[in-house]
Design a protein around this ligand. Structure first.
Ligand SMILES: C[S@@+](CC[C@H](N)C(=O)[O-])C[C@H]1O[C@@H](n2cnc3c(N)ncnc32)[C@H](O)[C@@H]1O
Length: 242
């Protein structure tokens, strides 16, 4: 059964359930072809993302028992994580995504769980060796929701465990605003896909500066060991639980 979404996170589940029904692969990765995506490339990108997340020399997890992904989509990252960890759990707000992930990724050591959109419940404190999130925090419509997940990631990490997350720290996303404006104008003129769902707050999300993310992680007892891509949409941070 799907966990209830708290009121302050309402709207996200409906949005992502609808996107999964419309075209799950494309909304997981909008650089794929909308009609005939190359699934080989889609899956190999999952392996590349994991190679990046686990490739930071200062941030090697001490154990390899359990990895957790926040916002697991169709499970391509969980599948790639399984090469490095005995058990993998993907948590996603959308039951439609979770259902599709279970069909695409068939491995008895990988579980997909429908979460409440703000926590990693029902995972216990200190159970995980590694937590990853990619192209999820960038879509959260409020900064405090990003903070909640960072605190949750810290909560489930055991000593020696590592967090690797990507988010948007582009404080002045001029490109993004111009593109959104263009899409709105084209839609009004009837020249674009009228229902361009990427204009929704659940997709546009909100940026957060590195100082905010670093502060949330440190307040949760993690030690930040590396940051890359500061000021861009693809900012990564690595942190360890001492
Ligand atoms: C762009 S997809 C990325 C999926 C996966 N990380 C990947 O790269 O293959 C974003 C995913 O995050 C999920 N998501 C969005 N908001 C969420 C939230 N508040 N909590 C958990 N998952 C969320 C969506 O349902 C979707 O599956």
């Amino acid at each position: 059964m799907a966990a209830d979404v708290p009121e302050h996170a309402a709207g996200m589940r409906d949005y992502w359930d609808a996107r999964a029904r419309e075209n799950a692969v494309w909304y997981v990765d909008t650089s794929t072809a909308y009609d005939h995506p190359d699934m080989g490339r889609f899956l190999s990108d999952g392996r590349q993302i994991v190679a990046t997340a686990l490739g930071e020399p200062q941030a090697q997890p001490a154990g390899h028992e359990l990895a957790v992904e926040i916002g697991s989509g169709l499970g391509r990252i969980c599948l790639a994580l399984r090469k490095h960890f005995h058990h993998v759990i993907g948590v996603d707000i959308s039951s439609e995504m979770v259902e599709r992930a279970r069909r695409l990724v068939d491995d008895e050591h990988i579980d997909f769980v429908v979460g409440d959109g703000t926590t990693l419940s029902p995972l216990e404190d200190g159970c995980a060796d590694f937590v990853i999130s990619f192209t999820v925090l960038q879509h959260l419509p409020r900064r405090d929701l990003i903070g909640l997940y960072l605190g949750e990631a810290a909560r489930v990490l055991r000593p020696g465990g590592v967090l690797a997350v990507q988010w948007n720290s582009d404080a002045h996303p001029v490109r993004y605003r111009i593109r959104t404006f263009q899409r709105r104008v084209l839609a009004r003129l009837g020249l674009a896909h009228r229902d361009d769902r990427r204009l929704a707050p659940q997709f546009v999300g909100t940026p957060a500066p590195v100082s905010y993310v670093r502060g949330e992680l440190e307040a949760s007892g993690l030690r930040v060991v590396s940051v890359r891509g500061e000021g861009t949409l693809f900012t990564w941070i690595w942190a360890r639980r001492p």
